[in-house]
Design a protein around this ligand. Structure first.
Ligand code: HEM
Length: 443
C-alpha cells in the first residue's frame, strides 16, 4: 500500500500516537478536539498515566495496526523498539516530531534514523517546531486577527480593551466573576501570615526592646523602618517559595526514578499557585523599593545626619572614610537594583498576554533560569546588607536574631538544593528521567 493510500484510508480510521509524554498527550488532545479518533501506543497500556479523555490505549503493535498514520512522540534514544514493529508499521506513515537538545548531536537526522529502522514505512518530518503548549492552545495568529476585530467593536462601544491572550485564558476569565481570588488564596494567606509574624517579631526587637531597656519611645519606627524590613523579608521568602516546589518535585522524580507518577496533591497545589506567589512577592518588593526611596527625606534620618554633623563640629572631630563600607553599601544596593529589575521582568512575562506571545522554550527559560538568577541576586543583596553585623553581640536583642537573617534561611536552602541538582551526575540523571527514562521500566 502506498503513502497516499495510507492517508486516504486514515480519514475514517483513528490516528495513532506513540508516547504518552507531554507532547504526545497535547497532540492527542488537539487531534481529538479536531474530530479525529486517537489511539495511543504504550509499553504499559494499563498504567501509562493520564491520557486525554476519549482516546484509547493499546500496546504498540495493536495501536500501529489500527491506524494509517502514526505520530512518533518519543525521544530518539528510544526508537530502537520500532524495528521490532516493522511488520505492523509496513506501509504506514510515520510522523517524526522529535528534536534534539543540541545541534549536530547525531550523524544523521532523527527522521532519517527512523526511516532506516523501519524502511518499509513512509517517514515524514512534521510538527517539530511546535511545543506541547502551542499544540494545546492552537495557532495564535488566527486568534490575534479575531481578537483585533472584537477589540475594535468594543473600543467603538466606549470600553477599554485588555487582551488576555489566547483562548486558553478564557477558562480563567469565565471563572473570574464566580471564583474571585481562588488561586490567590494560598499566596495571599502566606503573605498575610508572614507579614503578621514578622511585624510582631520586629516590633518586639525594634520598639519594645528600646522602650524596656532604654526607656526610649521608638514607636514612630512602625510606619517606615519596620515596614521596610517586613516587606522585603516577606518578598524574599515568597520568591524562594516559588522555586522550592520545583526543587522538591525534582527530588521526588530522582527518588522514584520516573516522571510518570503523580506528585502529592499538596505539591501540585503549591506548584499551581507559583505565578500568584511570585506576583505577590513582586508587590512586596515594589513596596520595599518605594519605602527605600523616601529614606533620605525622612525627618528622623535628616535629624540624625544633621545632629551627627553638628556634634562633630562642636567636638572638633572627623570620621575617616571607609572604603570597605563604601564597597559594601554600593554592592548591596547594586544587587538589589539588578534583582528588582529581573523580578519585574519575571512578573511581566508571567502575564498571559505576554507569555502567550513567547514560545514554551523562551517562557521556561525566563521563568526558570532568570528566576534563579533573580533569587540569587536578591539573596546576595540581603547577605551583603547584613555584612558582618552577625558578629556584633548588640544585634541579638533579647537573644533574638535579626529579621534579615531569618529571611535568608529559605532562599539559601533553595539555592543550595538547586546547586546540588546542577551537579553533572545529578543533572544528567534528572534529564534522562524527564525525557522518559524509568529506573524499573518493565519490558
Ligand atoms: C534591605 C535597598 C531590592 C530584600 C535593604 C535596605 C536598603 C535596600 C536600603 C536597608 C534598609 C534599612 O536599612 O532599613 C534596595 C533597593 C532595591 C532593593 C534600592 C532595588 C531597587 C530588594 C529586593 C529584595 C530585597 C528585590 C528581595 C526580594 C531586602 C531585604 C533587606 C533589604 C530582605 C533586609 C531588611 C531588614 O531586615 O532590614 N534594601 N533593595 N531588596 N532588602 Fe533591599
Amino acid at each position: 500500500m502506498g503513502a497516499a493510500a495510507a492517508v486516504l484510508e486514515s480519514c475514517g480510521e483513528p490516528l495513532c500516537v506513540f508516547g504518552t509524554g507531554d507532547l504526545g498527550r497535547s497532540l492527542g488532545q488537539r487531534l481529538l478536539q479536531s474530530g479525529y479518533k486517537v489511539v495511543y501506543g504504550s509499553r504499559r497500556p494499563d498504567s501509562c498515566g493520564p491520557i486525554p479523555p476519549g482516546a484509547q490505549v493499546m500496546n504498540h503493535a495493536a495501536a500501529a495496526q489500527s491506524a494509517g498514520i502514526v505520530f512518533i512522540c518519543i525521544h530518539r534514544e528510544h526508537y530502537g523498539f520500532l524495528q521490532t514493529l516493522a511488520p505492523q508499521l509496513k506501509g504506514k506513515v510515520l510522523v517524526d516530531v522529535s528534536n534534539n537538545p543540541e545541534k549536530d548531536l547525531f550523524p544523521e537526522a532523527n527522521a532519517e534514523h527512523l526511516q532506516r529502522l523501519v524502511p518499509e514505512a513512509f517517514v515524514v518530518k512534521a510538527l517539530n517546531t511546535l511545543s506541547a503548549w502551542a499544540l494545546q492552545n492552537g495557532p495564535l495568529d488566527a486568534n490575534r486577527q479575531a481578537n483585533q476585530a472584537v477589540s475594535q467593536v468594543c473600543t467603538r462601544l466606549g470600553f477599554s480593551v485588555l487582551d488576555r491572550g489566547s483562548l486558553s485564558a478564557s477558562r480563567e476569565l469565565e471563572d473570574f466573576p464566580l471564583q474571585l481570588f481562588t488561586e490567590w488564596r494560598l499566596p495571599l494567606s502566606i503573605a498575610l501570615g508572614l507579614t503578621a509574624a514578622f511585624f510582631f517579631y520586629l516590633l518586639i526587637r525594634d520598639v519594645l526592646y528600646a522602650y524596656v531597656n532604654n526607656g526610649k519611645n521608638m514607636s514612630f519606627r512602625i510606619m517606615v523602618s519596620l515596614a521596610n524590613q517586613v516587606f522585603p523579608i516577606v518578598s524574599l521568602i515568597m520568591l524562594a517559595l516559588c522555586y522550592l516546589p520545583g526543587v522538591i518535585a525534582a527530588g521526588f522524580q530522582l527518588y522514584r526514578g520516573t516522571k510518570y507518577r503523580r506528585f502529592p496533591d499538596w505539591l501540585d497545589r503549591w506548584m499551581l499557585c507559583r505565578k500568584q506567589m511570585g506576583l505577590v512577592a513582586l508587590g512586596f518588593a515594589s513596596l520595599h523599593v518605594l519605602y527605600t526611596l523616601i529614606i533620605p527625606i525622612r525627618y528622623y534620618v535628616r535629624y540624625k545626619i544633621s545632629e551627627s554633623v553638628i556634634s562633630k563640629v562642636l567636638e572638633n572631630r572627623t570620621s575617616e572614610f571607609s572604603n570597605i563600607w563604601a564597597w559594601r553599601s554600593d554592592s548591596y544596593l547594586a544587587m538589589g537594583i539588578l534583582g528588582f529589575v529581573l523580578f519585574v521582568l519575571l512578573g511581566i512575562t508571567s502575564l498571559p498576554s505576554v507569555s502567550n506571545a513567547l514560545s514554551w522554550r523562551e517562557f521556561s527559560y525566563i521563568q526558570s533560569k532568570m528566576g534563579y538568577v533573580t533569587l540569587f541576586l536578591c539573596t546576595l543583596h540581603t547577605f551583603l546588607y547584613g555584612g558582618d553585623r552577625f558578629l556584633r553581640p548588640s544585634t541579638y536583642k533579647w537573644y533574638t536574631v535579626p529579621g534579615y537573617m531569618l529571611s535568608l534561611v529559605v532562599p539559601t536552602v533553595v539555592l543550595l538544593l538547586k546547586l546540588l541538582l546542577l551537579l553533572p551526575c545529578v543533572d544528567h540523571h534528572l534529564t534522562r528521567i524527564r525525557r522518559g527514562w524509568e529506573r524499573s521500566a518493565p519490558l
